[in-house]
Design a protein around this ligand. Structure first.
Ligand SMILES: C[S@@+](CC[C@H](N)C(=O)[O-])C[C@H]1O[C@@H](n2cnc3c(N)ncnc32)[C@H](O)[C@@H]1O
Length: 194
């Protein structure tokens, strides 16, 4: 992918242009940065994009998306009250972040906030992470989605798990891109689907 004007690679890191400055975006802390450095081909995030982010945690990746989708909205869902406390602090500074304390198994509970998102992003590292993603995708019908799979959260051998995930995604979606990000995020692959 030709990087958009507000992203560049520098010394093994990614950088995001924000205002006059380039801010380092660490691929060891953000699987989305790892996806780009791993030569991912899709970058649907635009100024006006709306993103439903499942597994927002304290908001590391969300904070970058909020700078990119500056006129859009990032709805950050997380089940952990501790993580949510930090996400709320971030949302007080960045007006396009909507934090939601909730469980990604229940899309109906955050539908009033998420409406119809352009992009579904999920990084929850749970045993049923694949089913949760498909359930949310079918429920919200976004234009595209990113799924970060942690093989170690599922039973079985890494390669068998990734094979199962890939076969299932290929039956559900027309377009499935697979990016190995294990260099930056232990036991993870990133999937873009449409
Ligand atoms: C690996 S962390 C996410 C890191 C984050 N995506 C980032 O890049 O900054 C996984 C998060 O998923 C959350 N999580 C786990 N199960 C969840 C569920 N069922 N619903 C919502 N969030 C969940 C955890 O609380 C945790 O904060």
């Amino acid at each position: 992918m030709k990087l958009p004007n507000n992203l560049r690679k520098k010394r093994g890191f990614l950088e995001l242009k924000y205002g006059k400055y380039w801010v380092a975006w660490n691929p060891y802390h953000s699987k989305l940065a790892a996806y780009v450095l791993g030569k991912g081909n899709h970058w649907p995030f635009a100024k006006e994009s709306t993103v439903l982010y499942l597994g927002a945690a304290e908001g590391n990746t969300v904070s970058f998306l909020s700078k990119i989708c500056i006129e859009g909205r990032i709805v950050g869902v997380d089940i952990s009250p501790t993580a949510m406390a930090e996400l709320i602090v971030l949302a007080e500074k960045e007006k396009n972040i909507i934090p939601f304390l909730g469980d990604a198994h229940f899309p109906r509970t955050y539908q009033p906030h998420a409406n119809i998102p352009d992009i579904l992003y999920q990084d929850i590292a749970q045993r049923d992470q694949l089913d949760v993603f498909i359930r949310n995708y079918l429920f919200f019908k976004p234009k595209c989605g990113f799924l970060m799979i942690k093989s170690r959260s599922m039973p079985g051998k890494d390669e068998d798990i990734f094979d199962t995930v890939e076969n299932k995604l290929k039956t559900e979606f027309n377009n499935v891109e697979i990016i190995d990000i294990r260099k930056w995020a232990k036991g993870h692959k990133a999937y873009y689907v449409q």
